[in-house]
Design a protein. Structure first.
Length: 250
């Protein structure tokens, strides 16, 4: 699997499949690029170029102590795009990955990006504040961190079913998929898992989103159990338009 060295010497692992218009798929927390393998395979098999990568601290990328903030994440995304000589791309960010999309566009512009997709994204802002009253109480995130520190395996064991919306009566995925998802999450170490969690919940993208001018498709499920308490996109100021990926693909 190829690797790219970014600004602080961290090595990121990435895949580059297919040929055609590039689609960069940015994974969610606490997983890695393997969450996209079916979508990437589909895209590459249907005339598109699919690029995925492991965020620093996750998957097969290096796990440095520092750099778990969205400025660094966006710079890492830029390094991957530069290494792959990408232009005219569609950026697809799932959950935490939506933050990379927005921060990349605000810092580096859209010269190399034609469209974007935000899927169950953490944007525009998750945490409850005086000017974001519909957000999630900070204590809820603190409790999440406490559970991860106390027993990360137990936390991930409950995270998986909620992630897929699986219940005792509604088996949306198999036991094998749940086991695989937990194994993927365990490729990250404890510190990146906690540090990235703080970034995804505490970063305010509201002002940046107002400056987005390229077409953006927003996809968010109404029965998303991991995000039911998270404010929807009412405070966003973005252009909604068709992208080169349909909602059925992502």
């Amino acid at each position: 699997m190829p690797r790219v060295i970014v600004q602080d010497g961290t090595e990121l692992s990435y895949r580059d499949w297919g040929a055609g218009t590039p689609v960069v798929l940015i994974h969610g927390w606490p997983l890695d690029q393997d969450m996209w393998e079916r979508q990437a395979h589909f895209l590459a098999g249907n005339g598109l170029r699919a690029i995925t990568y492991d965020r620093r601290g996750f998957g097969r990328s290096n796990q440095p102590w520092s750099g778990y903030d969205y400025d660094t994440f966006a710079a890492d995304l830029k390094a991957v795009m530069d290494a792959c000589n990408i232009s005219g791309a569609t950026l697809v960010g799932f959950s935490m990955g939506g933050g990379e999309v927005v921060r990349y566009l605000s810092r580096y512009g859209s010269a190399k990006v034609a469209k974007a997709v935000l899927v169950s994204s953490v944007t525009p802002f998750l945490e409850k504040t005086a000017d974001n009253p519909d957000g999630v109480e900070a204590k809820n995130f603190d409790e999440m961190d406490e559970k991860i520190l106390e027993d990360r395996a137990a936390f991930l064991n409950t995270f998986g079913p909620a992630f897929y919306g699986r219940t005792l009566l509604n088996h949306t995925v198999s036991d094998a998929v749940l086991e695989w998802t937990q194994a993927v999450a365990f490729r990250a170490s404890l510190h990146p898992t906690l540090a990235a969690r703080k970034a995804l919940a505490g970063t305010d993208f509201r002002a940046e989103m107002k400056g987005i001018t390229i077409p953006v498709r927003v996809i968010h499920g109404s029965a998303d159990r991991n995000r039911q308490a998270i404010p929807f996109f009412a405070t966003c100021s973005i252009t909604s338009a068709n992208s080169s990926i349909s909602s059925s693909v992502v």
